[in-house]
Design a protein around this ligand. Sequence first.
Ligand SMILES: Cc1cc2nc3c(=O)[nH]c(=O)nc-3n(C[C@H](O)[C@H](O)[C@H](O)COP(=O)(O)O)c2cc1C
Length: 262
Amino acid sequence: MHIPVKEWYNAVQTRYSHQKFSTKNIKAYTQKTLENTIYSLNQVYPEVRLELYKSSIQDILPALNGKYGNFTDSPAFLAIIIKDEGKHRWTKAGYIGEAAILEATADGLGTCWIGANFVQRKSLININLQPGEQLIAVSPLGYSSEGYSFTRHFISKLFPNRDRKDLELLCPNGYNDEWPGWVKNAIQTARAAPSRLNRQPWRFYYGDDRIVVDCAGEPSEYKRLECGIALLHIQIGAMDGGAEGNIEFGEVGLASFVKKHY
Ligand SMILES: Cc1cc2nc3c(=O)[nH]c(=O)nc-3n(C[C@H](O)[C@H](O)[C@H](O)COP(=O)(O)O)c2cc1C
């Protein structure tokens, strides 16, 4: 998968979850850029498919069975869809979904992951799921109408470690200041990842040029998804720190980034 490191690394620093949107349409150029990214992301894993709908998030929320917060209308939303079968599909969905979220952020759009227990008959639009597919998450897409000063964005600039767990807790075998720069950068980047109620279920382990992402406690479906989100952040932080490498699912933990040897 192609990762525009600089753009997505910056997007990690500026992204936060938005609930309020202007109804202004997404600029044609921005939409095209995002659609191109989504097209490429849809080639990565056969188990995961993203789709952009030019409908308001309000049209899909009634079909999601649950409490999601006070979202306003948005000009578009993203759907994250997986097949009913396939290894590591929840982790892959988090990884691919977050790639689209970071691209949208880099394109100047506000986003917010929303976990979905989707019931088509309650939806105001037809999502056109294929047999054997399941909609597992959505995100509104649009220009944020949340004011800048005193918003979480403003606060996050002042306090970059806002609301995030300590590194010692996130690295159960210990966090070591002597680790290579790319490893520390990767873990810092993963720390900023989004998760339900900001629970941050991911845990990180480093050794032998490998950063393992696993979750605390039983790996439920949504914890796997969230660890997939953190995995992409790990990869972006590692690459920003100068390491080339590959990701692996399973083997040890839920997934890993493994640095390449030359
Ligand atoms: C799988 C998932 C589901 C989420 N569901 C909701 C939701 O239903 N409503 C909401 O307002 N935020 C939701 N969020 C956003 C989190 O609350 C948010 O990521 C977390 O509080 C950290 O804040 P930040 O994204 O601004 O860094 C969800 C995030 C994830 C990853």
